[in-house]
Design a protein around this ligand. Structure first.
Ligand code: HEC
Length: 337
């Protein structure tokens, strides 16, 4: 921590050099840093270390990473440690979460589970979802403006829609191996992913097939133009028109069982569902905006600007007991009222 308010973020030397690297750290110290965000010296690591995504690494994969790091040739390179202003470090220190139970990987043979696991450990959705846009087109819907230094690019739509990744599995595998013949912007870290096996890449493709398809053309060549779907200016923006599906008819007897307050303490997320003039609306946390819910089926609803469709769980009789936001791994909000 810095006394004088200086700010210096340093990725440390993690080669096995004993004096200047990780040679003197135990396996547990490395493991805790990677998945839980606590450094060998007990300090909360800067959030940019991305441990919140790596938290999902299975115990077995984590052990493999640690063993691999031990095989690297030691590099003698003394570096200063990260220093953050006290208030930033205090805020940063609230993020690490201890892992207290074994983390098992996807079940062998479950291709889609493997795909979801890889997509989430690599945090593909972090770049491929327009989190900061005035309107979020949806999970993996692209249009996130990603920057490194002075280099910037809009991420692609990876959902199974004509404007996204609608091409065949084999094409996806070769796009990932070759960076689309080297044509992809270097902000897309395809070089890092190009060594993944066909089986791993194919599994990711299969898992992406379960994500709600989003109509959103995004490019990086040409003039930025206004986009109706994400509300930003980006190349190909002029091709996008916000067209929401029309609701399928839902029986009155079902509709009246859905309103209520649903909550996930873990995600810090509350959704209040109410009915008015025959329509269903959702409201998130402290927001004052009503989101109209469009029925995709009797229990599955799309809300404009929501990250993913939501699915209500209906018991044989009576009110819905919970709702699930259909993300890679569904987020469950239990009915609390
Ligand atoms: C650091 C941000 C970042 C991360 C992480 C990232 N991508 Fe990308 N990706 C991009 C950007 C930006 C583009 C657009 C590049 C361009 O238009 O040249 C892109 C393009 C792509 C494309 C090309 C689509 C096409 O046909 O044009 C695919 C496929 C893709 N990413 C898949 C993935 C997968 C799978 C992962 C996770 C394993 C991933 N990306 C992780 C930023 C990222």
């Amino acid at each position: 921590m810095s006394e004088r308010g200086e700010r210096r973020i340093v990725a440390p030397n993690i080669t096995p050099d004993v004096e200047t690297g990780a040679g003197g750290w135990t396996d547990d110290m490395l493991a805790r840093a990677i998945r839980e965000g606590i450094g060998h010296d007990g300090r909360a690591l800067y959030w940019g270390m991305w441990y919140q995504s790596f938290a999902g690494l299975s115990d077995e994969d984590l052990a493999a990473v640690v063993v691999y790091l031990r095989t690297l040739p030691p590099v003698r390179n003394a570096l200063p440690s990260t220093a953050l202003p006290a208030d930033e470090q205090a805020a940063n220190a609230r993020s690490p979460k201890p892992i207290t139970a074994p983390v098992t990987g996807p079940a062998p043979g479950d291709t889609k589970a493997l795909g979801r696991y890889l997509l989430s450990v690599a945090d593909c959705a972090g770049c491929h979802t327009a989190w900061e846009a005035p309107r979020n087109p949806g999970l993996f819907g692209g249009g996130n403006e990603v920057g490194r230094g002075s280099s910037r690019a809009f991420s692609a739509n990876l959902t199974r829609h004509g404007s996204g990744v609608a091409y065949p599995r084999d094409t996806f595998i070769s796009v990932m191996h070759t960076g689309k013949g080297g044509s992809l912007h270097p902000i897309m870290p395809w070089i890092v992913f190009s060594g993944l096996t066909d089986a791993d890449l194919g599994a990711m493709y299969d898992a992406l097939g379960d994500v709600h398809p989003v109509a959103h053309y995004v490019g990086n060549a040409g003039e930025p133009r206004h986009c109706d779907v994400c509300g930003q200016e980006h190349p190909f923006g002029e091709h996008n028109h916000l067209v929401l599906p029309t609701s399928v008819p839902v029986a009155e007897a079902v509709l009246e069982r859905l309103p209520g307050t649903y909550r996930s303490d873990e995600a810090g997320w509350t959704i209040v569902v109410r009915r008015e003039a025959g329509k269903l609306y959702a409201r998130e946390n402290d927001s004052t905006t009503d989101i109209e819910l469009i029925a995709l089926t009797e229990t599955r609803y799309l809300g404009s600007g929501l990250l993913a469709p939501i699915e209500f769980t209906l018991p044989v009789a009576g009110a819905a007991t919970r709702l699930v936001s259909l993300e890679l791994e569904g987020i469950v909000l239990e009915r609390v009222q």
